[in-house]
Design a protein around this ligand. Structure first.
Ligand SMILES: CSC[C@@H](O)[C@@H](O)C(=O)COP(=O)(O)O
Length: 352
Protein backbone atom coordinates (compact mmCIF):
# COMPACT_ATOMS: atom_id res chain seq x y z
CA UNK A 1 0.00 0.00 0.00
CA UNK A 2 1.32 3.43 -0.94
CA UNK A 3 1.58 6.49 1.29
CA UNK A 4 2.00 8.83 -1.66
CA UNK A 5 -1.26 10.67 -2.25
CA UNK A 6 0.00 12.63 -5.27
CA UNK A 7 2.16 11.39 -8.17
CA UNK A 8 3.29 14.08 -10.58
CA UNK A 9 5.88 13.49 -13.26
CA UNK A 10 6.40 14.73 -16.84
CA UNK A 11 3.20 16.77 -16.79
CA UNK A 12 1.15 13.77 -15.77
CA UNK A 13 -0.85 13.74 -12.53
CA UNK A 14 -2.23 10.77 -10.62
CA UNK A 15 -3.85 10.65 -7.21
CA UNK A 16 -4.29 7.72 -4.86
CA UNK A 17 -8.04 7.09 -4.59
CA UNK A 18 -8.53 7.57 -0.83
CA UNK A 19 -12.11 6.30 -1.02
CA UNK A 20 -10.69 2.82 -1.61
CA UNK A 21 -8.13 2.87 1.22
CA UNK A 22 -7.07 0.84 3.10
CA UNK A 23 -8.48 -2.10 1.13
CA UNK A 24 -7.03 -1.10 -2.25
CA UNK A 25 -4.24 1.16 -3.53
CA UNK A 26 -5.42 2.48 -6.86
CA UNK A 27 -4.17 5.59 -8.64
CA UNK A 28 -6.49 7.65 -10.84
CA UNK A 29 -5.24 9.90 -13.62
CA UNK A 30 -6.21 13.57 -13.38
CA UNK A 31 -6.20 14.94 -16.93
CA UNK A 32 -7.24 18.50 -16.22
CA UNK A 33 -9.26 20.91 -14.10
CA UNK A 34 -12.61 19.11 -14.49
CA UNK A 35 -11.05 15.87 -13.18
CA UNK A 36 -9.27 17.86 -10.44
CA UNK A 37 -12.54 19.44 -9.27
CA UNK A 38 -14.27 16.03 -9.20
CA UNK A 39 -11.59 14.12 -7.26
CA UNK A 40 -11.50 16.90 -4.64
CA UNK A 41 -15.29 17.20 -4.38
CA UNK A 42 -15.78 13.41 -4.11
CA UNK A 43 -12.94 13.27 -1.53
CA UNK A 44 -10.84 10.84 -3.56
CA UNK A 45 -8.12 13.25 -2.48
CA UNK A 46 -8.64 15.17 0.76
CA UNK A 47 -6.83 17.11 3.46
CA UNK A 48 -6.41 20.87 3.10
CA UNK A 49 -2.83 21.00 1.67
CA UNK A 50 -3.39 18.04 -0.70
CA UNK A 51 -6.59 19.65 -2.03
CA UNK A 52 -4.70 22.82 -3.01
CA UNK A 53 -1.77 20.95 -4.55
CA UNK A 54 -3.95 18.61 -6.62
CA UNK A 55 -6.22 21.48 -7.72
CA UNK A 56 -3.27 23.58 -8.91
CA UNK A 57 -1.45 20.64 -10.53
CA UNK A 58 -4.65 19.73 -12.43
CA UNK A 59 -4.47 23.24 -13.90
CA UNK A 60 -0.76 22.82 -14.71
CA UNK A 61 -1.52 19.59 -16.61
CA UNK A 62 -4.41 21.20 -18.48
CA UNK A 63 -2.60 24.32 -19.64
CA UNK A 64 0.52 22.35 -20.58
CA UNK A 65 -1.52 20.47 -23.19
CA UNK A 66 -3.54 23.43 -24.45
CA UNK A 67 -2.83 25.99 -27.17
CA UNK A 68 -3.32 29.67 -26.37
CA UNK A 69 -3.41 32.49 -28.93
CA UNK A 70 -2.25 35.23 -26.57
CA UNK A 71 -1.03 36.01 -23.06
CA UNK A 72 -4.41 37.60 -22.37
CA UNK A 73 -6.22 34.38 -23.29
CA UNK A 74 -3.88 32.36 -21.06
CA UNK A 75 -4.38 34.76 -18.14
CA UNK A 76 -8.17 34.69 -18.46
CA UNK A 77 -8.24 30.91 -18.71
CA UNK A 78 -6.07 30.50 -15.60
CA UNK A 79 -8.15 32.96 -13.56
CA UNK A 80 -11.46 31.30 -14.48
CA UNK A 81 -10.17 27.78 -13.79
CA UNK A 82 -8.65 28.73 -10.43
CA UNK A 83 -11.91 30.31 -9.29
CA UNK A 84 -13.74 27.16 -10.34
CA UNK A 85 -11.32 24.95 -8.37
CA UNK A 86 -11.90 27.05 -5.23
CA UNK A 87 -15.59 26.03 -5.39
CA UNK A 88 -14.78 22.30 -5.10
CA UNK A 89 -14.82 22.29 -1.27
CA UNK A 90 -15.53 25.46 0.72
CA UNK A 91 -13.96 25.07 4.18
CA UNK A 92 -10.25 24.44 3.61
CA UNK A 93 -8.65 27.76 2.70
CA UNK A 94 -5.45 26.44 1.09
CA UNK A 95 -6.93 26.22 -2.43
CA UNK A 96 -8.32 29.77 -2.15
CA UNK A 97 -5.01 31.22 -0.95
CA UNK A 98 -3.11 29.35 -3.69
CA UNK A 99 -5.60 30.65 -6.29
CA UNK A 100 -5.20 34.26 -5.11
CA UNK A 101 -1.40 34.01 -5.23
CA UNK A 102 -1.39 32.39 -8.67
CA UNK A 103 -3.86 34.94 -10.08
CA UNK A 104 -1.62 37.77 -8.80
CA UNK A 105 1.39 36.03 -10.38
CA UNK A 106 -0.26 35.53 -13.78
CA UNK A 107 -1.43 39.16 -13.79
CA UNK A 108 2.14 40.24 -13.17
CA UNK A 109 3.41 37.97 -15.98
CA UNK A 110 0.83 39.24 -18.44
CA UNK A 111 1.91 42.85 -17.81
CA UNK A 112 5.59 42.03 -18.23
CA UNK A 113 6.41 42.88 -21.87
CA UNK A 114 9.68 40.92 -21.69
CA UNK A 115 7.86 37.60 -21.19
CA UNK A 116 6.54 35.87 -24.29
CA UNK A 117 3.54 33.50 -24.20
CA UNK A 118 5.56 30.27 -23.98
CA UNK A 119 7.81 31.56 -21.20
CA UNK A 120 4.80 32.86 -19.30
CA UNK A 121 3.18 29.42 -19.53
CA UNK A 122 6.28 27.48 -18.48
CA UNK A 123 7.10 29.89 -15.60
CA UNK A 124 3.54 29.55 -14.35
CA UNK A 125 3.65 25.74 -14.48
CA UNK A 126 7.01 25.74 -12.64
CA UNK A 127 5.63 27.90 -9.86
CA UNK A 128 2.85 25.32 -9.31
CA UNK A 129 5.36 22.46 -9.34
CA UNK A 130 7.33 24.16 -6.55
CA UNK A 131 4.28 23.80 -4.25
CA UNK A 132 4.97 20.07 -3.88
CA UNK A 133 8.52 20.56 -2.58
CA UNK A 134 7.54 23.52 -0.40
CA UNK A 135 4.74 21.58 1.28
CA UNK A 136 7.09 18.75 2.30
CA UNK A 137 9.73 21.20 3.59
CA UNK A 138 7.06 23.14 5.54
CA UNK A 139 5.72 19.92 7.06
CA UNK A 140 9.17 18.92 8.27
CA UNK A 141 9.63 22.35 9.84
CA UNK A 142 6.19 22.01 11.50
CA UNK A 143 7.30 18.60 12.80
CA UNK A 144 10.47 20.05 14.33
CA UNK A 145 8.80 23.08 15.93
CA UNK A 146 5.89 21.01 17.24
CA UNK A 147 8.06 18.26 18.70
CA UNK A 148 10.31 20.79 20.50
CA UNK A 149 7.31 22.67 21.88
CA UNK A 150 5.61 19.54 23.22
CA UNK A 151 8.83 18.21 24.76
CA UNK A 152 9.38 21.50 26.63
CA UNK A 153 6.62 20.58 29.06
CA UNK A 154 7.68 16.93 29.46
CA UNK A 155 9.99 16.16 32.39
CA UNK A 156 13.48 14.81 31.62
CA UNK A 157 13.54 12.35 28.74
CA UNK A 158 10.19 10.77 29.50
CA UNK A 159 7.93 9.74 26.65
CA UNK A 160 4.73 11.34 25.39
CA UNK A 161 1.23 10.02 24.83
CA UNK A 162 -0.75 11.97 22.26
CA UNK A 163 -4.21 11.96 20.73
CA UNK A 164 -4.82 12.93 17.11
CA UNK A 165 -7.99 13.26 15.05
CA UNK A 166 -8.76 12.79 11.34
CA UNK A 167 -5.84 12.30 8.92
CA UNK A 168 -3.12 14.91 8.63
CA UNK A 169 -0.32 12.73 7.33
CA UNK A 170 1.35 11.90 4.03
CA UNK A 171 -2.07 11.21 2.54
CA UNK A 172 -3.41 14.69 3.38
CA UNK A 173 -0.34 16.61 2.17
CA UNK A 174 2.47 16.32 -0.37
CA UNK A 175 4.24 14.12 2.22
CA UNK A 176 5.21 13.76 5.91
CA UNK A 177 2.15 15.59 7.27
CA UNK A 178 1.27 18.37 9.69
CA UNK A 179 -0.09 17.04 13.02
CA UNK A 180 1.05 13.58 11.97
CA UNK A 181 4.36 15.19 10.96
CA UNK A 182 4.83 16.31 14.58
CA UNK A 183 4.06 12.77 15.71
CA UNK A 184 6.51 11.35 13.11
CA UNK A 185 9.19 13.73 14.37
CA UNK A 186 8.59 12.75 18.01
CA UNK A 187 8.78 9.10 16.98
CA UNK A 188 12.08 9.70 15.12
CA UNK A 189 13.37 11.32 18.32
CA UNK A 190 12.27 8.15 20.20
CA UNK A 191 10.02 10.21 22.43
CA UNK A 192 6.61 8.67 21.58
CA UNK A 193 5.20 6.24 24.08
CA UNK A 194 1.81 5.95 22.39
CA UNK A 195 -0.46 7.59 19.85
CA UNK A 196 -4.25 7.32 20.09
CA UNK A 197 -6.04 8.02 16.83
CA UNK A 198 -9.75 8.58 16.67
CA UNK A 199 -11.91 6.71 14.20
CA UNK A 200 -13.18 10.10 12.85
CA UNK A 201 -16.78 9.37 11.95
CA UNK A 202 -18.54 9.57 9.63
CA UNK A 203 -15.84 9.24 7.01
CA UNK A 204 -13.35 7.29 9.12
CA UNK A 205 -10.20 9.12 8.02
CA UNK A 206 -8.66 8.09 11.36
CA UNK A 207 -9.52 4.41 11.17
CA UNK A 208 -8.78 4.06 7.46
CA UNK A 209 -5.93 6.48 6.81
CA UNK A 210 -4.17 7.60 10.03
CA UNK A 211 -4.23 4.08 11.44
CA UNK A 212 -2.69 2.89 8.19
CA UNK A 213 0.08 5.50 8.32
CA UNK A 214 0.84 4.71 12.00
CA UNK A 215 1.04 0.97 11.36
CA UNK A 216 3.16 1.59 8.24
CA UNK A 217 5.66 3.68 10.26
CA UNK A 218 5.58 1.21 13.19
CA UNK A 219 4.56 3.96 15.64
CA UNK A 220 3.04 2.45 18.80
CA UNK A 221 -0.64 3.30 18.47
CA UNK A 222 -4.23 2.41 19.28
CA UNK A 223 -7.48 3.22 17.52
CA UNK A 224 -10.34 4.62 19.58
CA UNK A 225 -13.92 5.58 18.74
CA UNK A 226 -14.60 9.34 18.77
CA UNK A 227 -16.79 8.86 21.85
CA UNK A 228 -13.88 7.44 23.89
CA UNK A 229 -11.76 10.58 24.15
CA UNK A 230 -13.01 11.71 27.59
CA UNK A 231 -12.60 8.24 29.08
CA UNK A 232 -9.12 7.97 27.61
CA UNK A 233 -8.04 11.32 29.06
CA UNK A 234 -9.39 10.31 32.46
CA UNK A 235 -7.62 6.94 32.52
CA UNK A 236 -4.35 7.54 30.64
CA UNK A 237 -1.98 10.35 31.26
CA UNK A 238 -2.25 12.14 27.90
CA UNK A 239 0.53 14.67 27.22
CA UNK A 240 -1.07 16.59 24.33
CA UNK A 241 -3.68 16.61 21.58
CA UNK A 242 -2.37 17.49 18.09
CA UNK A 243 -4.75 18.09 15.20
CA UNK A 244 -4.57 19.75 11.79
CA UNK A 245 -6.58 22.65 10.37
CA UNK A 246 -8.64 23.43 7.33
CA UNK A 247 -8.77 27.14 8.05
CA UNK A 248 -7.40 29.23 10.91
CA UNK A 249 -9.10 32.63 11.29
CA UNK A 250 -7.14 35.77 12.24
CA UNK A 251 -8.11 35.40 15.92
CA UNK A 252 -6.92 31.76 15.98
CA UNK A 253 -10.37 30.09 15.85
CA UNK A 254 -9.75 26.91 13.86
CA UNK A 255 -11.97 24.93 11.51
CA UNK A 256 -10.98 21.28 11.36
CA UNK A 257 -12.63 17.89 10.94
CA UNK A 258 -15.95 17.50 12.73
CA UNK A 259 -15.29 16.29 16.27
CA UNK A 260 -12.21 18.45 16.81
CA UNK A 261 -14.13 20.99 18.91
CA UNK A 262 -15.42 18.39 21.35
CA UNK A 263 -11.90 16.99 21.80
CA UNK A 264 -10.65 20.53 22.62
CA UNK A 265 -13.42 20.97 25.22
CA UNK A 266 -12.53 17.64 26.81
CA UNK A 267 -8.81 18.51 26.75
CA UNK A 268 -9.52 21.79 28.56
CA UNK A 269 -11.47 19.91 31.24
CA UNK A 270 -8.55 17.52 31.80
CA UNK A 271 -5.79 20.15 31.58
CA UNK A 272 -4.28 18.58 28.44
CA UNK A 273 -2.66 21.08 26.00
CA UNK A 274 -4.43 21.19 22.65
CA UNK A 275 -2.26 22.07 19.62
CA UNK A 276 -3.17 22.83 16.02
CA UNK A 277 -0.48 22.06 13.42
CA UNK A 278 -0.94 23.91 10.12
CA UNK A 279 1.12 25.58 7.41
CA UNK A 280 0.80 29.30 6.77
CA UNK A 281 -1.33 28.38 3.73
CA UNK A 282 -4.11 27.32 6.14
CA UNK A 283 -4.17 30.70 7.93
CA UNK A 284 -6.83 33.07 6.62
CA UNK A 285 -6.18 36.52 8.03
CA UNK A 286 -9.06 37.89 5.93
CA UNK A 287 -11.52 36.12 8.23
CA UNK A 288 -11.56 37.75 11.64
CA UNK A 289 -13.16 34.91 13.57
CA UNK A 290 -14.34 31.35 13.17
CA UNK A 291 -18.00 32.47 12.96
CA UNK A 292 -17.31 33.58 9.39
CA UNK A 293 -15.95 30.23 8.19
CA UNK A 294 -18.28 28.41 5.79
CA UNK A 295 -18.76 24.84 6.96
CA UNK A 296 -19.26 22.26 4.24
CA UNK A 297 -22.24 19.94 4.69
CA UNK A 298 -21.90 16.56 3.04
CA UNK A 299 -24.39 13.96 1.82
CA UNK A 300 -26.40 11.89 4.35
CA UNK A 301 -25.06 8.74 2.74
CA UNK A 302 -21.66 9.23 4.40
CA UNK A 303 -23.46 8.71 7.73
CA UNK A 304 -26.05 6.13 6.76
CA UNK A 305 -23.76 3.77 4.85
CA UNK A 306 -20.35 2.20 5.13
CA UNK A 307 -19.45 1.40 1.55
CA UNK A 308 -22.57 -0.20 0.10
CA UNK A 309 -23.83 -1.35 3.51
CA UNK A 310 -26.59 0.68 5.22
CA UNK A 311 -25.97 1.06 8.96
CA UNK A 312 -28.72 3.59 9.83
CA UNK A 313 -32.48 3.11 9.92
CA UNK A 314 -34.09 3.85 6.53
CA UNK A 315 -35.86 7.21 6.46
CA UNK A 316 -33.92 8.91 9.28
CA UNK A 317 -32.81 12.42 8.26
CA UNK A 318 -29.15 13.32 8.97
CA UNK A 319 -27.09 16.43 9.73
CA UNK A 320 -23.58 15.98 8.35
CA UNK A 321 -21.30 19.02 8.76
CA UNK A 322 -17.80 17.98 7.66
CA UNK A 323 -16.01 20.43 9.98
CA UNK A 324 -16.43 22.35 13.23
CA UNK A 325 -14.72 25.39 14.69
CA UNK A 326 -12.59 25.19 17.82
CA UNK A 327 -12.47 28.56 19.62
CA UNK A 328 -9.01 30.10 20.03
CA UNK A 329 -9.47 30.08 23.81
CA UNK A 330 -9.12 26.27 23.79
CA UNK A 331 -5.91 26.24 21.70
CA UNK A 332 -2.52 26.19 23.49
CA UNK A 333 -0.53 26.88 20.34
CA UNK A 334 -0.62 26.90 16.55
CA UNK A 335 2.37 25.01 15.17
CA UNK A 336 3.49 26.43 11.83
CA UNK A 337 6.62 26.15 9.67
CA UNK A 338 7.76 29.47 11.20
CA UNK A 339 7.35 28.43 14.84
CA UNK A 340 4.64 27.90 17.43
CA UNK A 341 2.36 30.84 18.16
CA UNK A 342 -0.44 31.66 20.55
CA UNK A 343 -3.69 32.35 18.66
CA UNK A 344 -3.44 36.09 19.44
CA UNK A 345 0.06 36.26 17.92
CA UNK A 346 -1.00 35.18 14.41
CA UNK A 347 -1.79 38.60 12.95
CA UNK A 348 1.50 40.11 14.16
CA UNK A 349 3.44 37.14 12.85
CA UNK A 350 1.75 36.55 9.47
CA UNK A 351 0.32 39.88 8.28
CA UNK A 352 2.62 40.92 5.44
C1 LIG B 1 -3.10 18.32 6.93
S1 LIG B 1 -4.76 18.01 6.72
C2 LIG B 1 -5.62 19.11 7.80
C3 LIG B 1 -7.09 19.01 7.67
O1 LIG B 1 -7.45 19.17 6.33
C4 LIG B 1 -7.61 17.67 8.22
O2 LIG B 1 -7.44 17.65 9.61
C5 LIG B 1 -9.07 17.53 7.87
O3 LIG B 1 -9.93 18.03 8.55
C6 LIG B 1 -9.36 16.84 6.59
O4 LIG B 1 -10.73 16.80 6.28
P1 LIG B 1 -11.20 16.06 4.96
O5 LIG B 1 -12.69 16.22 4.97
O6 LIG B 1 -10.74 14.65 5.08
O7 LIG B 1 -10.57 16.80 3.81
Amino acid sequence: MSLKAIRYENNSLEILDQLLLPAQSKYIQVKGVEDGWKVINKMQVRGAPAIAIVGCLSLAVEIHNKHFESKKELRQDIEGKLNYLVSSRPTAVNMKIAAEELIALVNEYSKNAELDLDTMKSNFIQSIEKMLEKDIADNRAIGEHGASKILLSIPGDSLVRVITHCNTGSLATAGYGTALGVIRMLHNMKRIEHVYCTETRPYNQGARLTAYELVHDKIPSTLICDSMVAALMKHRNISAVIVGADRVAANGDTANKIGTYQIAVIAKHHGVPFYVAAPQTSIDLKIISGDRIVIEERPDREMTHIGEHRIAAKGIPCWNPAFDVTPASLIAGIITEKGVFKPDELVREFAS
